[in-house]
Design a protein around this ligand. Structure first.
Ligand code: FES
Ligand SMILES: [Fe+2]
Length: 386
């Protein structure tokens, strides 16, 4: 097991995380055990599950999984392998066309949507074979306002309890009604934590994002959630600006039910360890962060709109998409510069400014999680826990 470097504190306050946290393979693997196997992990929006088959196939590094909507209306998550000889069950080719039964493409073992093994050709002759022992392996899956999360271990809290700090926003912004209208996908040559830390501060905004800084001046950033797994808060829009877009004008109607104050703000929240949620007056921006290696991450950025806006014949979100594509690329560039600089063997972390208090809060939560002892992950066997 890796030995973690000690916390670094200067006389004036917190310092950035030591170099090993960014470059060490041992730390990366320890994160899998301490964080990613022990957290609610965002997967997708309910609206992204195939309408035709009720399935959604996904991978979280070395965890290969799929979501299956049952005939009982229950969404479940399963390990994406057959209990016979391990063939992938839901593939890119069959994900849309799979019927109500999940049939393995190899020797045709067949499972129902609750994971129960229904048929295993010629296996009744096999000594001691009990089909009830060979259902699919499931993982915990819960839905919160249209967001699907899985948990690979045994959650301490329900998903709703975990996301409680965002409950008011979920209601005010009607998260459950919103659908994905646009998606941008990036490969970033930077550790996942550098991407989180960068999103958690606007110290870099004047130098890195001149256009963003004009729409939301960086000193207007506030934090209403300042510790724990969820961090962030609102920023006021400049007087002549309606939303975050290339010309500052709204690209859709106001989301229904927002107060006058909410119509004049953007909020930025990080949900540890894989999601950013940014409510705007006319849309909600999401970033899903996936680890690939110590020095590489995949980021999926989506813009969610109200169906009423999308249905309009003049719906055109281009100015928001272009604005965020530019801003994202500016962010990825500085994350990649940091990754490369921290790669130097003599790098020592420097002190945080007062504008980086949320980055320090992220580091604290991360360190707490890395220091915690958890029982080893037990795969949850059949029958799945609903
Ligand atoms: S591997 Fe699935 S039935 Fe043989
Ligand atoms: Fe940024």
């Amino acid at each position: 097991m890796a030995t973690l470097p000690p916390s670094q504190r200067s006389a004036n306050g917190d310092k950035a995380l030591p170099r090993d946290f960014v470059v060490s393979q041992d730390v990366f693997e320890l994160e899998t055990e301490k964080i990613f196997n022990q957290s609610w992990l965002y997967v997708c929006r309910v609206s992204e599950i195939s309408e035709a088959s009720g399935l959604y196939r996904f991978e979280l590094l070395n965890d290969h999984l799929f979501l299956a909507l049952g005939e009982d209306g229950q969404l479940r998550a399963f390990r994406n392998y057959c209990r016979h000889r391990g063939s992938e069950l839901v593939t890119p080719e069959n994900c849309e066309s799979m019927g109500s039964r999940i049939q393995c493409p190899y020797h045709a073992w067949t499972y129902d949507r609750s994971g129960k093994l229904l048929a295993a050709p010629n296996m009744m002759d096999a000594e001691g074979f009990e089909s009830s022992e060979w259902g699919l392996n499931s993982v915990h899956c819960e839905v919160w306002h249209g967001f699907v999360f899985v948990h690979l271990g045994n959650p301490d809290d329900s998903l709703a309890e975990f996301l409680k700090p965002l409950a008011e926003h979920a209601v005010d912004w009607n998260f459950d009604q919103l659908v994905v209208a646009e998606e941008l996908v990036y490969t970033v040559q930077a550790n996942w934590k550098l991407i989180f830390q960068n999103y958690n501060e606007c110290y870099h905004c004047p130098s890195v994002h001149p256009a963003l800084n004009r729409l939301t001046p960086y000193k207007g950033a506030t934090n209403d959630v300042a510790s724990g797994p969820i961090l962030g808060g609102p920023m006021k829009l400049a007087d002549d600006c309606q939303t975050m877009s290339s010309d500052g004008n709204r690209v859709a109607n106001f989301l229904p039910g927002l107060s006058d104050e909410q119509k004049r703000m953007v909020a930025y929240y990080t949900v540890f360890p894989g999601l950013f949620i940014s409510p705007h007056p006319d849309y909600v921006l999401l970033h899903r962060i996936e680890r690939a290696s110590t020095g590489e991450s995949r980021v999926v950025c989506q813009l969610l709109f109200h169906p009423g806006s999308i249905a309009r014949t003049d719906f055109n979100p281009t100015a928001a998409v272009e604005f965020w594509d530019l801003t994202n690329r500016q962010d990825w560039r500085v994350c990649e510069l940091a990754q490369r600089g921290i790669g130097d063997v003599t790098y020592e972390p420097g002190p945080y400014s007062n504008l980086e208090s949320v980055v320090a809060a992220f580091d604290r939560h991360y360190r707490e999680r890395m220091d915690q002892n958890h029982q080893n992950r037990q795969p949850i066997g059949f029958p799945c826990a609903d």
